[in-house]
Design a binder for this molecule. Structure first.
Ligand code: EPZ
Length: 431
């Protein structure tokens, strides 16, 4: 259904909000379960549309997937009914991760080409090259990737960039491969640790060295089922935290830990936010004036690229000149045009504020923000997930009533965002 969010700005957010399980972990854990014919149990799954797309993929492959109202996903793939799933009702970036598991179980595999947010070039060359090195023959078809492999073998894979998806793809493929795989310059996002924990629980032999960004995987002959809990969604945490600071409110998020939020907490504190670690969770609060800061996005443990959009809204409220240097995606500032229409002073250019990155001079990847600015309401169209959260937070602090369309993008990754913000005192309805 094509609905809108209608937001009357100006309310402070306060209260307690539970964050859901991570979208970018839960979906991968479902794919990991395909490596075994035994049942796995994945606790704390979020009710979001990206999970539904992964469920559809698994069911087409032959999995029985039962997700209970208390967020427990029972998933079993006794038999792979078909390893050929060239199409799904929607596109995201998960299906390519099923290549390894399907090749192990059937020797052939086909998955749809990738979708996901329009935030720049998002090639999958690192996934494909690594799987080819491990023995897969991969063919790009019109709308799919088709792969064959009699057997996958261990390899030494060195990534030029610590890609999250490519690291996950090699991990999944290497667990049952013949011999040892070493990944150098691996991504070390906490969601990957969640995946490694599941694979180890299934019987995989993995040594994950986060200091050297090296993963060593000794292939085993069989994996079994396991039980795993999805970690909290770090993007939800940042989104709610920024919404609290931007509205000069105070919110408490139970059952989260600072251990996986280092650069988020650091940035919020530098702006002048108050972050209190309590026994049961973390409280985020803040009051103007906020301080201007410079931020650079990067792979973990750096400041996540998925956090820059809410942060940009907060920086429109800070005193002075801030900057955000986006070094992960080459085109992730499209949403700033909307913030400018709402009264923000933001310019995006091709320069790098400090050390030149791989986008230097070629892509509009640095935002310069001058604050504080009074934002006013607007009609907004969401074109990608995290930009959608920037729109929502901007509308929460703007004067007047904003209407946001395209919220199916937001529903991909945030469960019932309107209801949960309303629970914190926001004037927001879905109509
Ligand atoms: C994951 O995307 C997340 N998606 C993204 O979250 C997140 O922004 C990103 O990791 C970085 O943290 C999921 O987990 C489903 P990458 P992924 O491979 O795996 C280049 C959100 O809003 N690259 O680390 O696709 C690529 O072009 C989303 O929830 C290659 O060049 O990210 C990009 O510049 C958006 N070749 C960079 O690496 C490749 O083969 C990072 O991509 C693969 C990647």
């Amino acid at each position: 259904m094509d609905s809108n969010l209608i937001i009357q700005g100006g309310r402070k957010l306060s209260g307690t909000v539970e964050v859901r399980g991570s979208k970018n972990a839960a979906t991968k854990l479902m794919i990991a379960s395909l490596l075994s014919d035994e049942p796995s149990v994945i606790e704390n799954v979020p009710f979001i549309s990206d999970l539904d797309v992964t469920k559809e993929l698994c069911e087409k492959i032959g999995s029985t997937v039962d997700i209970s109202p208390d967020r427990i996903c029972h998933i079993t793939t006794r038999e792979v009914k078909t390893p050929l799933v060239p199409e799904l009702s929607r596109k995201n970036r998960i299906p390519i991760l099923a290549l390894g598991p399907l090749l192990h179980r059937k020797g052939i595999a086909e998955v749809p080409v990738l979708g996901g947010c329009p935030i720049g070039h998002r090639p999958v060359n690192l996934h494909i090259e690594a799987l080819q090195k491990m023995g897969a023959r991969i063919e790009r078809r019109e709308n799919s990737y088709y792969a064959e492999a009699k057997e996958l073998h261990g390899e030494h894979v060195i990534f030029p960039f610590p890609s999250v998806g490519a690291t996950e793809n090699v991990l999944l493929a290497a667990t049952l491969a013949h011999g040892t795989t070493i990944i150098e310059n691996a991504a070390i996002e906490p969601e990957i640790t969640n995946l490694v924990d599941m694979l180890v629980g299934m019987g995989a032999d993995i040594a994950f060295n986060q200091v050297t960004r090296t993963v060593e995987i000794h292939g085993v002959s069989k994996l079994h089922g396991t039980t795993i809990r999805v970690m909290p969604d770090r993007n939800e945490i940042m989104s709610f935290a920024v919404a609290a600071l931007a509205t000069e409110g105070s919110i408490f998020i139970p059952r989260i830990e600072a251990s996986y939020l280092g650069s988020c907490i650091n940035a919020l504190q530098r702006v002048g936010g108050k972050i209190d670690e309590e026994e049961q969770g973390i409280r985020f609060s803040g009051r103007r004036p906020y301080k201007a800061i410079d931020i650079e996005t990067g792979p973990h443990p750096g400041f996540m690229t998925d956090w820059q959009q809410p942060m940009c809204v907060l920086l429109t409220q800070a005193e002075g000149k801030s900057s955000i240097h986006e070094t992960v995606y080459d085109d992730r500032f499209g949403y700033t045009k909307d913030l400018v229409r709402m009264g923000a002073r933001i310019e995006v250019d091709k320069t790098c504020p400090a050390k030149p990155c791989r986008f230097h001079g070629e892509y509009f990847h640095t935002a310069h923000i001058v604050g504080p600015a009074s934002l006013h309401a607007a009609e907004l169209v969401v074109t990608d997930l995290r930009a959608g959260m920037a729109h929502i937070i901007a509308a929460l602090i703007a004067s007047g009533e904003s209407r946001i369309t395209g919220i199916d993008h937001i529903d991909r990754g945030y469960e019932e965002i309107d209801m949960r913000l309303r629970g914190l005192g926001a004037d927001i309805i879905r109509a």
